[in-house]
Design a protein around this ligand. Structure first.
Ligand SMILES: [Zn+2]
Length: 452
């Protein structure tokens, strides 16, 4: 299936991305001129406006905004915490509220602390042991996973459901060890959920830096009676209107078959969201520009979708899929970049064997670019709702060893993104889009049988 011209076209795509890419310049603006883009914030709206204008400049067939209602959670004043060995003898702790958490009481919360090793361990404790105390979830991410996202998935529950489970045992609050594979001083935020707990039963939840999680744990080993104080003033406000930003190159042969590429425009607020997911946003934007610059006229309609609210609601991804369904749009392919702007290694595919085998036949084309990871697996949260039994969903897989140094923390900043790595990712995605558009998407096995 691999022809000489594919080799040449891929070379052209990579050359253009590395010598004339726009992704890094766009990321610079998004990160340094706008900054963190929490759903419902002014920065999120500035990012909508900016990316729409930039897409208009690259001469697409259509650019538009898709309205979507999103939650608005605000952090408020900076959080403050310390541990107290005896009254008056205190050590500061670096914490941040988890997204969606309630505030502490106005004067803060001071209580004894019970350390547990993740969600499973909480089951070993009685109400008597937990009531009125701060539960400190201190299970570290497992450093033996090579795919660090697996370590994240393995450990993430304590952040998401820790407060909900601890409430059942009468806890006053929870502190969660940051989902970070290294020891440093930065707390990492992220979404949490109270499920259907009535508002008046919700307890404050905060993340603590890995260094201070270690400190707190060793202090507790010396003395169970130490207390922790923390204060946060975050708040969930009413939902507000925001937008997915969409641009399209209309297909020359099959305009009603849609292939989409995307990332999420919102981010957490502690850093500027350069890796998560500014990188995915600018790479996706550049795919359409690189196709045009390389003289490729896609047969299918190629859309870039910049999803709003992936971090704390996934409202943009759900909205896009429900609108696609309502309009009867046939989405044959979707590709997401939401795993950081690091060196691309390959893709993870959620598709039929026939489509996957086709991908494997393209492996030699990617070899010169050191892109060699082609495996079946998940795709991405924003495109997940588009799944059906015949389409191809996939996610860019960059090297993930450094990702959790930055993820959801103040360290997720522009300087942490390498220009070449970012551009290689954009080119790798463009190449995959080009190949799928050229060779087509295999229909579902049952549809093939019907034809026969
Ligand atoms: Zn993300």
């Amino acid at each position: 299936m691999v022809s000489q011209s594919d080799t040449e076209i891929l070379k052209k795509i990579y050359d253009k991305s590395l010598s004339n890419g726009k992704s890094y310049e766009w990321l610079d603006y998004l990160s340094n001129q706008i900054g963190g883009r929490l759903s419902g914030s002014l920065n999120a709206e500035l990012a909508v406006k900016y990316t729409k204008e930039e897409l208009e400049k690259i001469g697409l067939d259509k650019v538009w905004l898709q309205p979507v209602m999103v939650p608005k959670w605000v952090r408020g004043a900076p959080e403050f915490a310390y541990l107290e060995t005896i009254p008056g003898n205190t050590t500061p702790l670096n914490i941040c509220a988890l997204g969606g958490s309630v505030a502490t009481p106005y004067g803060g919360l001071k209580a004894n602390v019970v350390e547990v090793n993740g969600m499973e361990d909480l089951k070993n404790f009685t109400r008597e042991q937990i009531e009125g105390k701060i539960v400190f979830f201190n299970r570290p991410m497992n450093e033996t996973f090579i795919h660090t996202f697996e370590a994240y998935g393995d450990c993430g529950k304590q952040r998401y459901y820790g407060a909900f489970e601890a409430t059942k045992l009468g806890a006053a609050g929870v502190l969660i060890r940051s989902l970070n594979l290294r020891l440093d001083d930065y707390p990492h935020t992220g979404a949490m959920s109270y499920r259907d707990l009535p508002t008046d039963q919700r307890i404050p939840a905060a993340a603590i830096s890995t260094n201070h999680a270690e400190l707190l744990s060793s202090m507790l080993n010396l003395d169970k009676n130490i207390r922790v104080f923390f204060k946060q003033s975050c708040k969930q406000l009413k939902d507000v209107q925001s937008y997915n930003v969409i641009g399209e190159i209309t297909g020359s042969e099959f305009p009603k078959e849609y292939m989409i590429v995307g990332g999420h425009l919102d981010s957490w607020d502690l850093g500027d969201g350069s890796h998560d997911d500014g990188a995915g946003v600018v790479q996706s934007m550049d795919i359409l520009r690189l196709l045009k610059e390389s003289g490729i006229k896609p047969k299918r309609s190629i859309r870039v979708v910049l999803f709003m609210n992936e971090e704390n609601g996934l409202k943009g991804g759900k909205k896009y899929a429900s609108e696609a369904k309502r309009k009867g749009e046939n989405h044959v392919f979707a590709l997401e970049s939401d795993a950081g702007g690091f060196t691309p290694r390959g893709f993870s595919f959620d598709c039929s064997d026939a489509n996957f085998n086709q991908v494997l036949s393209w492996k030699p084309l990617f070899k010169p670019y050191l892109v060699h990871y082609f495996e079946k697996g998940g795709s991405g949260p924003d495109i997940g709702p588009l799944k059906n039994d015949s389409n191809v969903l996939c996610g860019l897989i960059p090297d993930s060893q450094r990702y959790f140094d930055h993820h959801h923390a103040a360290t997720d900043t522009f300087d942490a993104v390498n220009k070449r790595e970012l551009e290689l990712g954009a080119a790798t995605m463009t190449a995959l889009v080009y190949l799928f558009d050229k060779y087509g998407i295999n229909p579902a096995p049952e549809k093939m049988q019907l034809k026969n």
